[in-house]
Design a protein around this ligand. Sequence first.
Ligand code: SF4
Length: 117
Amino acid sequence: MNKLKILDRFVCSGCGTCCRWTGSVLLEEHDLARIAQHLNMSEAQFIARHTQLAPSRRQLALMDQEDGSCEFLKGNRCSIYDARPEQCRTFPFAWSVAEGCPELDRLRTEEKNIDRT
Ligand code: SF4
């Protein structure tokens, strides 16, 4: 079973693990207007209150909570899910690193067990 087959079967369980990973939630140009509108604020207000310059200094990223998790993670849920950034929408399909996702780990274990039979 190849990687594509695993991703075909991937369904997010909503555990919030990837929202707690260290690293930036990078924002695309089109994310800004969508999230600002969702929060009922202007793009300028959203940028001032909820973004920071990414380490690369070439892009904006969402602010973090003190523990490094995304500012918009409330409990295990994304509080802006319907307007979440492109980076979050493409997890894990467009990510080169997705270690530690319980659902992906479960599928990988299943795959190993199938290969052994
Ligand atoms: S925007 Fe939502 S889905 Fe994306 S990292 Fe933050 S809490 Fe998670």
